[in-house]
Design a protein around this ligand. Structure first.
Ligand code: LLP
Length: 478
């Protein structure tokens, strides 16, 4: 496993993150535990801000953090402090941003099936942009009081950007591809739907068309899909200008910037994407004469993934001689559904014995501890399968990881779990969701409390007739 962010091995051989001993964290806050490395999260925010703030973008650039990858009140505050804007996709995410006091003029509302109530709330809150996905949403935007002008304090018309499908098939898992023509998202350019929507927005006196958006997919390792999408959007914009005279103020190329989960992943720096996007748009600016638009990007995973660690306690160990050894931990697909959903590969180490297996290898010169996710690793290590505790054979967190032989009570630290783990967690098998702690320079803050068993039944109601029957039965039995 490669050490990244602020992770180090302490003198006592324990894994430390943010200057905090993870074994102490596990003891004090229990496991499973989500640990967020604040410094690493901030570094990732800054890397994107810097890459997209240079003269590569003459009309400026905006970086939105995709809240779907990691969200909590404290996360909103950090995102705000780092000067990023926020991409939300639901009333719940919007509510979290509101509760955190996140500035609404930096909130962009995505999603392919927003409800009328969500649209009304977002409108009242004064969000920066509705990222309109489809024609139905345009109907909903004609809500009460909006077809006149100037109803929103000082803001006038509703600012919208249209999400289009550029027809780009990105090289990633089918479930996280979104730019191809056959997608549930966005207005189809090739079939003419996107042009129809543009005309409709331009004809609507209450709507202000700001730009065009697309998102081609997630966990991408090359710049081509972004450059390709930028060119398609600019060509489409040129066609729109020819037919209507409208020119886009902004072009949003979505998120999807890949991260390193394990040895097979070779992510690019944000600068590489910034340069490729700038070059592709610049080329179309010279070809078409369109003005250089403001550029928007929406990284989620590339900011949150490497900032997260999950700590588990090892429990039962089942050895099937000559076949496999299963090492069960106290979480699994409930706190990290990604291996089960996308065959995602993770790396891990034994946090309380990290010093036993430090070696100098690993990609990019980074120090590695324990095994690699692919079965290589330290000479003294054996290969194990890490399973979760759910009643599912598919609840396997890591296939074939090389580790020193675990024993019950060891603490397993899985790296790179900051994105799409807590936000996709469930209560399957009635497992309470873990707590989340923020660590930074030796300080620990609980930012999400662990769910309790009482939380699990708190929203349940027992119909009176069922309650009566149970007490009647008890009375007759007594
Ligand atoms: N913008 C839009 C419009 C999106 O749909 C997404 C992700 C993002 C930005 C952020 O993408 P990111 O930079 O985080 O890759 N649950 C899956 C990922 C689903 C991504 C959905 N949309 C996973 O765990 O891999």
């Amino acid at each position: 496993m490669e050490l990244h962010g602020t992770a180090t091995i302490s003198a006592n051989g324990h894994l430390a993150v943010g200057g905090v001993d993870t074994v102490t964290l596990a003891r004090e806050y229990g496991t499973p535990l989500w640990v967020i490395d604040e410094e690493q999260f901030r570094r990732n925010c800054r890397a994107f801000r810097q890459a997209f703030s240079s003269d590569l973008f003459p009309a400026g650039a905006v970086v939105l953090f995709a809240a779907k990858s990691l969200l909590a009140l404290a996360i909103c505050r950090i995102v705000e402090e780092e000067g990023l804007s926020l991409d939300v996709v639901s009333g719940g995410e919007l509510h979290t941003a509101l509760a955190a006091g996140f500035p609404m003029d930096r909130v962009y509302f995505h999603g392919n099936n927003k409800t009328q109530a969500e649209i009304d709330e977002a409108y009242q809150a004064g969000i920066a942009r509705f990222m309109v996905d489809n024609l139905h949403e345009l109907d909903l935007l004609e809500g009460p009081g909006r077809t006149g002008s100037g109803t929103r304090s000082g803001a006038g018309r509703v600012p919208v950007t249209l999400r289009v499908t550029p027809g780009i098939d990105a090289d990633t898992h089918d479930y996280v591809k979104t730019g191809q023509q056959d997608s549930k998202f966005g207005l189809d350019i090739a079939g003419g739907q996107a042009m129809g929507a543009v005309k409709r927005v331009l004809d609507a006196p209450h709507l202000d068309l700001k730009g065009l958006h697309c998102h081609v997919g997630s966990q991408l390792f090359t710049t081509e899909p972004y450059a390709g999408a930028a060119e398609v959007l600019m060509d489409f914009a040129a066609e729109v200008r020819r037919r209507t005279g409208w020119v886009p103020e902004e072009i949003d190329l979505g998120g999807g910037f890949g991260v390193r989960y394990s040895n097979g992943d070779a992510p690019l720096e944000p600068e590489a994407f910034a340069r490729a996007i700038s070059r592709a748009i610049g080329k179309k600016v010279s070809e078409t004469g369109l003005p250089f638009p403001r550029v928007i990007v929406e990284p989620g995973r590339a900011i949150s993934a490497t900032a997260g660690w999950t700590l588990y306690t090892v429990g039962s160990i089942k050895e099937i001689p000559g076949i496999r050894t299963y090492v069960a931990v106290d979480g699994g697909m409930t706190d990290n559904p990604r291996p089960a959903l996308y065959q995602a590969v993770y790396e891990a180490c034994l946090a309380n014995r990290a010093g036993e297996t430090v070696d100098g290898r690993g990609t990019g010169g980074g120090r590695t501890v324990g095994g690699s996710g692919t079965g290589g690793g330290h000479a003294a290590a054996e290969v194990f399968t890490i399973t979760g505790r759910c009643c599912e054979s598919g609840d396997i967190l890591i296939h074939d990881i090389a580790l020193p032989r675990p024993v019950p009570g060891d603490i397993l630290a899985v790296s790179c779990t900051g994105a799409y783990n807590s936000t996709m967690a469930s209560n399957y098998n009635r497992l309470p969701r873990p707590a989340m702690v923020l660590v930074n320079r030796g300080q620990v803050d609980v930012i999400v409390e662990r769910e309790t068993y009482d939380d699990l039944v708190a929203r349940e109601r027992l119909p009176v007739r069922l309650r009566r029957r149970a007490s009647a039965r008890r009375a007759s039995a007594g």
